[in-house]
Design a binder for this molecule. Structure first.
Ligand SMILES: [Zn+2]
Length: 83
């Protein structure tokens, strides 16, 4: 996952790509009812997201992964954080 500054609220979050649609995921604490992490999303413009991604790649970070893979990783991370 690639962490970038959100175009909407200027907070750091994880950039996600779904086809031509980009969004930043923000952590919103834990849901006490389900015990699971809560997230909210802000849509990013394609231009902004691609700029951030190319900057990120120049810094030698991991390249964007397919969304399926991303979801698996998120699932695992959630379990690690909240067993
Ligand atoms: Zn945001």
């Amino acid at each position: 996952m690639v962490k970038i500054e959100c175009e909407v609220c200027n907070q750091l979050g994880y950039l996600q790509q779904l086809g031509n649609y980009f969004r930043v995921r923000h952590y919103a604490g834990m849901n006490p009812e389900t015990g699971k992490a809560k997230f909210y999303y802000h849509q990013q413009s394609k231009e902004y997201a691609e700029t951030q991604l190319s900057l990120n790649e120049k810094q030698g970070n991991l390249k964007q992964q397919p969304i399926e893979q991303l979801n698996n990783v998120e699932h695992r991370i959630s379990q690690d954080l909240y067993p």
